[in-house]
Design a protein around this ligand. Structure first.
Ligand SMILES: *Cc1c(COP(=O)(O)O)cnc(C)c1O
Length: 409
């Protein structure tokens, strides 16, 4: 812990001074964080979905230092560089065939903002000037900037404070919390009534992350996309959390081979080394959009692009599908029995994601300290105790995580 940190620095969704003191990390390697009190803990969070290969990886270190020796940054206005070109080529190759145009941003939230702007500009240029709203399912999370906040779940508390300032969009029932038929009925009824005011539907495919760690049937995606086509509403997928293998498919949209009009990526894009986001879209949309009115200072940062190229290559050349199947199997074996525990409301497992939902709110500080004593770093949230470890985690390390979860429960 650090007193200056506690007194002066804001941490995510926290107060200053912070009543819960942050643990100080000295270094990280493999799947472990080395804390300044000498404790070595397995990072069961992959630094919020991003460090899929763990830390201090020699291949990623080499890629980023090689780029550093050339240049760490150049503006992207009027200039370009090989790392961005290579990354764009790779992203076009590994995402659905219709997605051919790439916009780089400096974070996931800004990738979402860009997606929303693309949709708005598309309809504006089509002469459909009333299409200025978005539709999404409840329990979603798309980032902390204002446009993204406006499409996050309106009731879950993260952004409620700002509801008076935020544009009002359309929220329909989530297939994670009601049956797929009920969710689709609500979607169709809302589209029927309001589609002339709606530019696009946006949602996280299959896994709703920060909005509740909820999973839903991928078939919902195909049916929702068909309804959007019928009612002339663009379809945006936010794969910032699910992208790059986490759910067992390289992208969750592959569960139903869906071609979204716009796709947002981030988080694991750089293997957790740097902040980078990207928004992909089709020829059809880009040709109508024309000049896209967005251009962050650190757009397509060369260090971030270089390490993203290396991270994707490392992933695709690794037995990632086997690894994720192995992690999923371990979670089924070790976590599913917790359903019998009175304190546990639900256990949900998909790919390299394991979620234990408790009946009551979790005492974060106490639980976190117990987990650290057991050699594990997790960040409980509300009633949720969950893990999404790096893909190269060993079976023994997985057992350490699941045993720690069992111990704190
Ligand atoms: C984390 C996340 C974002 C926001 O990304 P940042 O890089 O934190 O801005 C957007 N959408 C989803 C689904 C996310 O999980």
């Amino acid at each position: 812990m650090d007193i200056f940190d506690q007194q002066h620095i804001w941490h995510p969704y926290a107060k200053v001074p912070n009543p819960i003191v942050a643990h100080k990390v000295q270094s990280a390697d493999g799947v472990c964080l080395n804390l300044d009190n000498g404790k070595r803990v397995i990072d069961g969070m992959s630094s919020w979905w991003s460090a899929i290969h763990g830390y201090n990886h020699p291949v990623l270190n080499k890629a980023i230092t090689k780029q550093l020796a050339k240049m760490s940054h150049v503006m992207f206005g009027g200039l370009t560089h090989q790392s961005a070109i290579d990354l764009a080529k790779t992203l076009v190759a590994i995402t659905p065939d219709n997605l051919t145009k790439v916009f780089f941003t400096d974070s996931g939230s800004v990738a979402v903002e860009s997606a929303l702007k693309i949709a708005l500009q598309y309809w504006h240029n089509k002469g459909e000037k009333n299409k200025q709203k978005f539709i999404t399912i409840r329990a979603g999370y798309h980032g902390d900037t204002f446009g993204a906040m406006g499409i996050c779940d309106p009731d879950n508390g993260l952004h409620q404070l700002f509801c008076g300032v935020l544009p009002q969009h359309y929220f329909v029932k989530s297939p994670s919390t009601v049956t797929m038929d009920e969710a689709l009925k609500d979607l169709e009824a809302t589209l029927k009534q309001h589609s002339n005011a709606i530019a696009a539907m946006i949602l996280e495919p299959v896994v709703q992350g920060a909005g509740g760690m909820l999973f839903y049937n991928p078939q919902y995606l195909s049916k929702a996309k068909a309804l959007c086509e019928q009612y002339q509403v663009l379809f945006i997928l936010d794969e910032i959390a699910t992208g790059f293998g986490r759910t067992g498919e390289l992208f969750a949209l592959e569960y139903v081979n869906l071609e979204p009009d716009i796709l947002c990526l981030g988080k694991a894009l750089t293997g957790g080394y740097m902040s980078l986001g990207t928004t992909l879209t089709s020829d059809k949309i880009s040709s109508t959009v024309g000049t896209l009115m967005h251009g962050p200072t650190f757009m397509a940062n060369p260090l971030a692009c270089a390490v993203a190229n290396a991270s994707i290559e490392l992933l695709l050349n690794s037995p990632w599908q086997d690894n994720i199947a192995r992690i999923e199997k371990h979670f089924y074996r070790a976590l599913s029995p917790l359903k019998e525990n009175d304190k546990v409301a639900d256990v949900r497992i998909l790919g390299a994601i394991g979620v234990v939902e408790m009946v009551d709110d979790i005492d974060v500080e106490k639980t976190q300290n117990q987990l650290i004593e057991n050699g594990v770093w997790l960040r409980p949230y509300g009633k949720l105790l969950y893990t999404m470890p790096p893909f190269n985690i060993t079976d023994d390390e997985l057992s350490t995580i699941t045993n720690a979860i069992k111990a704190v429960i």
